[in-house]
Design a protein around this ligand. Structure first.
Ligand code: MN
Length: 128
């Protein structure tokens, strides 16, 4: 049982549905956006406990959005976890360089996902 809120910024509906379903299983509050601009607005308005950030988004990409959030001293402490595609080699390093606490590789391993989320919420910076 937890009261933490996780913001998911992901433009792929199937991934969004999967992540929402898993987070709901562990009673997280879930906020959703399908592009970076809307996601950043939700970060400012709700100050979620954790952000899951897809790297490949329409318009502003997830790395740029991460830098934007990290630039804001009021928001910089919110951990951001990149959602990276297995096929896109090098995204993990770019995500860490942009200020992400770590990354979760897609396709998402549903058996490990919630444990990873719990660890990131505890403040452990680690990659999947
Ligand atoms: Mn995407």
């Amino acid at each position: 049982m937890t009261c933490s809120t996780v913001l998911v910024i992901e433009d792929n509906e199937l991934n969004l549905k999967l992540v929402r379903g898993l987070l709901t299983l562990d009673k997280y509050g879930v906020l959703e956006a399908t592009d970076a601009e809307a996601g950043i607005q939700l970060v400012r308005a709700h100050r979620p406990d954790l952000i899951l950030m897809d790297i490949q988004l329409p318009g502003m990409d997830g790395l740029t959005a991460t830098r934007e959030i990290k630039k804001d001293p009021d928001l910089a402490r919110i951990p951001i976890v990149a959602l990276t595609s297995y096929a896109m080699q090098g995204d993990e390093e770019k995500a860490l360089a942009a200020g992400c606490a770590g990354y979760i590789t897609k396709p998402i391993d549903t058996r490990q996902f919630l444990e990873m989320i719990a660890q990131f919420l505890r403040g452990n910076d680690l990659a999947s």
